[in-house]
Every structure is written in structure tokens, then in C-alpha cells.
Design a protein around this ligand. Structure first.
Ligand code: NAG
Ligand code: NAG
Ligand code: NAG
Length: 411
């Protein structure tokens, strides 16, 4: 019986290798070749090298296996394995390669867009960094870590005001153009202190490019982090280009919203759907507006004891949030510790635990068990801060010690 099974297996094996083996082997070779070619340097940085002209042993030996003649399905498999730089190089080879690359959606771990005094950095999935330099005469110098050109074909670049921001942003958006492309995180930040004027120019340029995308186009990113100096209304505009169903985490530094903008912000689908909200600047958004999220950080002018209690009650709900969910509220005026403790509906009991906070800064720690659950809510009061975290009862020390963050791992 065993022998028959083995024989049958062998037969199947022979059958499949005879049909697909040849093609499979060639493709494997092809992928190696492409990766190899794409690691080589191009002579003229704006010209297509022979990327994609994937040739085997001898040219013309078998024209079926020349890159342009491979079936699209196979080519797509290859493109999916290419990194950012290789995709860009292939994209510039021909119209069909451009269409091929654009029709292969990507999954980026993160895209980090950073401003420095002299340049715009764009880092794709922590692997490839492109740097677009400012030049006095407005010519742009573009440098990849591998010393290559950028992603657009010459005839695609129609912008007359070709400063380094415009080129960088155009490349950045090109990589998000396909609506099946997803991204774990998009991050806009300054790497050094920069003229506000420059940041303003960058945001203007970004908004210009965003609004020239197809009207239904959205960025499918799970997280948005921004610390660029901009007006809060521009920030709301940028937010509107993110898909509200995909976006789960919003971190914003350096913004103050007026009453109208605050209302607009909390009414966006993005805010309503968010699982983590992280506002690191003083704001007037009421605590109740944060309570649908799993984790939030905020800074308020003054925290009312009744609000502090409302948060504790909300986090203590049975079958509510998962382990690790955290809240952190900083109040500009000192907390009324005694008044907060007076709100507690259980005997007040200070039971300190190890935490990342300085021991002498934590004035009171209370553990709120959650009935019928393995979780316990650990609430710490400090002079200006209240923070709480859902920890596993059997693992309190470790759970509490893990760094408090507004940025939990999603999914
Ligand atoms: C995006 O990718 C899909 C494949 O998932 C493809 O069918 C579609 O044509 C692409 N869109 C564009 C604009 O190329
Ligand atoms: C915009 O998107 C729609 C639907 O996806 C498509 O039919 C149309 O061709 C796109 N327009 C442009 C200018 O890309
Ligand atoms: C909050 O609201 C008060 C009263 O309307 C106002 O004086 C204060 O500037 C606001 N603070 C912020 C950070 O918006």
C-alpha cells in the first residue's frame, strides 16, 4: 500500500516537473537576473537601463523567455517581488512596463516623508531612502541610497514648477496610486527645525498634488503620524485624502484647533473609526470624544474629576477593550487628586506597581478588577497626569511595565 502511494507520488512529481518545471526554472532565473540587473548602476540616471530585458543563457536562444514576451501573469509575479527602486527602473522602460508596474499593488510597511533644511527624504518600508535636494537654481538633485533616478518617466513630468518638493511628492503619490495598494503607516515629520515658510510650501505642494488625484482616490493607510507645522485646516484637508475605513491610528503633534475645527475633526469618519488617537498638543476636545477608541493620549487645559472618573468607568466596562488598551491624559493645571479619589466607587487603596513612570512621580495607584474578566485596570495618578492600562491579572507586573504607548500593534 505504502509503495503504491509512493509510486503515485513520484508519477505526479514527474508529470508536474515536465510541464511546469522548465517554465518555473526559467522564471526563477529571470527573477534572479532582474534583481541583479536592478542592483547595477544606470549610466544616465534618467534613462532606462536594460532593466526587465531578462535574457537567458544566450540572447535569442529562446525568444519566448525574453522579458517582454513573458505572459503578463508571470511578469506580475516578478514585479510583486521587486523593491521600490527596481519597480521605478522597470517602470521607465516602456509603456507596457509602466502599465505593468502600476497594475501591481504594493503593501508598504511604512512611508516616512521628512523635511530637512536642504532636502526632502522619503523612506519606503525602512529599506530605501530617496533624498530630493534643493538646488539654488531650482534644478533638483535626486539621490537614492543606490544612486539612481526617480520613478516617473520623463514625459510624465509635466509640472513646470519643478522644485524638489514637487518631484518628491509626485514620486510618493505614484507609489500609492493604485487603490489596492495598502500601507501600515504614513509619517510626515521634520528631521531638523526648518523655516515655517518651507513647511508651508511643502504642505501647499502636497495638497496641490493630492487634489489633482482622481476624485475617488484615497490613501489606504492604517496609521497617520504628522508633526509638520501647518494650520489645522490644512491638516483636516490632508486627513480627508485618507480612507476613513482603513485609517485606525491618528497621531498629531503641534496643532491647536479652534472651536470650529475641533467640531469638524471629531465629526470626521476618521476620528469616529479610529482605534487609537494621540494628540500631543493642548486641545479642547472633550474627553467623551475619545471614549470610542481603544487607546488615547490627550492634553487638556484642566481635567475635571468627573471626567477622570468617566474614563475609568468606561475602561472598566466588561467585554470592552482588549489587553494593553491605555489612556493617558495630561492636564495643564494640576489634578485634584483627592476629588478624583472621592469619585471611586470602591475602597481607595494605593497599591504601587512597577511602571515606566518615575516611582516618586506616581502619587496613587489603584487596581480595578473587571468582573468576569482576566483583566484588571491599573490607574495611576500623578501631579498633572492620569493614566490607565488594561493588564492581564496574572501578568500585571510585566503588562504594566511594558512601555505605555498610544500606538499599539494593530490587527
Ligand atoms: C491596481 O491593481 C489592480 C490589481 O489588483 C489592477 O487590476 C488595476 O488595474 C490597478 N489600477 C491601476 C490604476 O493601474
Ligand atoms: C478615475 O477613476 C475612475 C473609476 O475608478 C476611472 O474610471 C477613471 O478613468 C479615473 N480617471 C482618471 C483621470 O484616472
Ligand atoms: C480652549 O477653550 C478656551 C475657552 O474657549 C480658550 O480660551 C482656550 O484658548 C482654548 N484652548 C485651546 C488649546 O484651544
Amino acid at each position: 500500500m505504502k509503495v503504491y502511494a509512493l509510486l503515485l507520488l513520484l508519477l505526479f512529481f514527474l508529470f508536474f516537473t515536465s510541464i511546469f518545471g522548465d517554465l518555473g526554472l526559467k522564471l526563477a532565473k529571470c527573477q534572479r537576473k532582474i534583481v541583479k540587473i536592478s542592483n547595477a548602476k544606470c549610466g544616465d540616471s534618467n534613462q532606462c537601463s536594460n532593466v526587465g530585458m531578462c535574457q537567458f543563457n544566450k540572447p535569442n536562444e529562446d525568444s519566448k523567455f525574453i522579458w517582454p514576451n513573458l505572459p503578463t501573469k508571470l511578469k506580475k509575479h516578478v514585479v510583486k517581488r521587486l523593491d521600490y527602486v527596481s519597480r521605478c527602473r522597470l517602470r521607465k522602460c516602456s509603456t507596457s512596463d509602466q502599465e505593468l508596474v502600476d497594475s501591481c499593488p504594493m503593501h508598504w510597511n511604512g512611508i516616512y516623508v521628512s523635511l530637512t533644511q536642504a532636502s526632502l527624504h522619503i523612506r519606503f518600508s525602512k529599506v530605501v531612502t530617496m533624498e530630493y535636494f534643493r538646488k539654488n537654481n531650482d534644478r533638483i538633485e535626486i539621490k537614492f541610497i543606490e544612486g539612481q533616478s526617480f520613478c516617473k518617466k520623463t514625459r510624465e513630468v509635466v509640472d513646470s514648477k519643478l522644485n524638489h518638493y514637487n518631484v518628491g511628492i509626485a514620486d510618493f503619490l505614484l507609489m500609492l496610486k493604485n487603490q489596492s495598494t495598502t500601507c501600515q503607516e504614513i509619517n510626515f515629520q521634520n528631521l531638523e527645525s526648518i523655516d515655517t515658510e518651507d513647511q508651508y510650501r511643502f504642505i501647499q505642494s502636497l495638497l496641490f498634488h493630492l487634489s489633482s488625484m482622481n476624485s475617488s482616490w484615497k490613501i489606504h493607510s492604517k496609521k497617520l503620524y504628522t508633526s509638520l507645522v501647518t494650520t489645522s485646516s490644512q491638516l483636516l484637508d490632508i486627513l480627508s485624502f485618507f480612507c476613513p475605513n482603513t485609517l485606525k491610528c491618528i497621531t498629531m503633534k503641534e496643532y491647536s484647533f479652534n472651536a470650529i475645527e475641533t467640531k469638524a475633526l471629531v465629526n470626521t469618519g476618521h476620528w469616529r473609526n479610529a482605534e487609537c488617537l494621540d494628540l500631543q498638543h493642548e486641545n479642547n476636545i472633550s474627553i467623551a470624544e475619545f471614549l470610542h477608541s481603544k487607546t488615547f493620549w490627550t492634553v487638556v487645559p484642566k481635567l475635571e474629576p468627573s471626567d477622570a472618573w468617566a474614563v475609568i468607568e468606561n475602561y472598566r466596562e466588561k467585554d470592552g477593550r482588549p489587553r494593553g488598551s491605555t489612556f493617558y491624559i495630561r492636564s495643564i493645571s494640576p489634578l485634584e487628586i483627592q476629588n478624583i479619589l472621592n469619585e471611586y466607587d470602591v475602597p481607595v487603596d494605593n497599591m504601587p506597581v512597577e511602571s515606566p513612570w518615575r516611582k516618586d512621580s506616581v502619587l496613587h495607584t489603584q487596581k480595578f478588577p473587571i468582573a468576569g474578566s482576566e483583566l484588571v485596570l491599573v490607574v495611576m495618578l500623578m501631579k498633572f497626569e492620569i493614566t490607565g492600562k488594561l493588564c492581564l491579572l496574572s501578568n500585571i507586573e510585566e503588562d504594566c511595565y511594558n512601555y505605555y504607548t498610544a500606538d499599539p500593534d494593530l490587527d
